[in-house]
Design a binder for this molecule. Structure first.
Ligand code: NAD
Length: 368
């Protein structure tokens, strides 16, 4: 008879990404599963706050391993070498990292730098023949995003966007319920994403590096979430911007935007993106037969929520650990993510964000 290991391997082969894979009897994270196969050897570019979070999370990955760094700060490189046992030959700076093409010990580079740098850095990674994982937003314009997709295609490498919620079990549970018709016809989605931003000198408030304000940084979760929760692509957008602090939030840096989508089925969405206040991380999906409510909905977790059937009880995971193991399976084994997160998906969000900015500026409905 098959062991639990056999069972897990069999299930892994058939339903990648489905929460059904996991028992609830003691597995703390989904990556506690015994997984076989080679490791994806990753270099992280940008050793800032999120890069650090990803590096720590990767310590418990089963299929992905941090083997290299790219940074402009030599002291950080030394610290990371000690912490993560990274050999000198796998350390680069922003000037010399094209030489990674001659390094057979690195498979992929995870770009975790300010948004405005993603375009040129991902293109250089692809041209060095390495797979690119890029943080959200993948770029600061549709044009940039499309170029990145094309260059990666031409170079024969994968481009994945760091949409960690696409693997999160409670999120997937709601998506499965929606696909199974348990909410009935979807009528309404509400997505609220935001936090009160601090230091006015940070790159997030510098247009050249951020490409926008709250919308680019955190509002993108409500944009992306609208799409995977409703299961459709919006066909129109309306938006209204409010600014209480025009000194901190200069021209091009949005503070608060409320935006609405219409979907082909007739469903509508009403969302809010802000840098003005915290405790603003909530999704609500409403169908004619039921609902799902998640709060927090896209923070680092634990993701909590309920549906008309009761509380969401899928396993609590470290998002970045699961994301990197799943991305390794995609890159090394050719598996597909249940909720796609390739470069084209990143461009779809950028196209919607550009429409939101246009709608807010013109005060008109924008068709997509
Ligand atoms: P951060 O400021 O903490 O780190 C940015 C890093 O980039 C730093 O190490 C900095 O030294 C480096 N850098 C290189 N060139 C730079 C330049 N010209 N100006 C400023 N910094 C430069 O920022 P972060 O919070 O780590 O965000 C980095 C990326 O990760 C952003 O794209 C952000 O949207 C994304 N992010 C994603 C999540 C998520 O949950 N997926 C969470 C936080 C941030």
């Amino acid at each position: 008879m098959g062991s639990r290991r056999d069972f897990v391997q069999k299930m892994t082969a058939t339903v990648l990404g489905a929460p059904l894979l996991y028992d609830r009897t003691g597995l703390k994270t989904l990556t506690d599963l015994p997984v076989d196969g080679p490791m994806l050897r990753v270099a992280i570019m940008g050793l800032g706050s999120y890069g650090t979070r990803v590096a720590k999370a990767m310590q418990t990955c089963k299929r992905a391993k941090l083997v290299g760094v790219i940074s402009g700060t030599p002291s950080k490189i030394v610290d990371w070498q000690k912490t993560y046992n990274i050999p000198e030959k796998n350390c680069y700076n922003y000037e010399d990292f094209d030489a990674i093409k001659d390094n057979p010990d690195i498979d992929a580079v995870y770009v975790i730098t300010p948004n405005g740098l993603h375009h040129s850095q991902v293109i250089r990674v692809a041209q060095a023949g390495k797979h690119a994982i890029c943080e959200k937003p993948m770029a600061i314009s549709v044009k940039e995003g499309e170029e990145m997709v094309q260059v990666c295609k031409d170079a024969g490498v994968m481009l994945l966007v760091g949409y960690r919620m696409h693997f999160e079990p409670n999120t997937l549970k709601v998506i499965h319920m929606r696909k199974a018709g348990e909410f009935g016809k979807i009528m309404f989605f509400q997505g609220q994403s935001g936090f009160k931003i601090g230091n006015p000198d940070q790159w997030r408030l510098n247009y050249a590096l951020s490409g926008g304000g709250a919308m680019m940084d955190i509002g993108i979760y409500a944009v992306n979430g609208s799409r995977y929760m409703v299961g459709e692509e919006p066909i129109w957008v309306t938006a209204q911007e409010t600014k209480t602090d025009p000194i901190k939030f200069r021209e091009g840096i949005d503070e608060t935007i409320q935006f609405q989508f219409g979907f082909p089925s007739g469903a509508v969405a009403s969302c809010l993106s802000t840098y003005a206040f915290s405790h603003n991380d909530r999704f609500y999906l409403n169908g004619i037969k039921g609902f799902a409510e998640m709060q927090p909905s896209t923070g680092y977790g634990p993701i909590k929520g309920r549906t008309h059937e009761g509380p969401l009880t899928e396993p609590i995971v470290t998002h970045q650990t699961l994301q990197m193991d799943r991305m390794a399976e995609m890159i090394l084994d050719g598996k597909k993510a249940e909720v796609p997160l390739d470069g084209e998906e990143g461009v779809k969000d950028l196209r919607i964000i550009e429409a939101i900015y246009k709608a807010a500026k013109k005060g008109k409905k924008i068709m997509l």
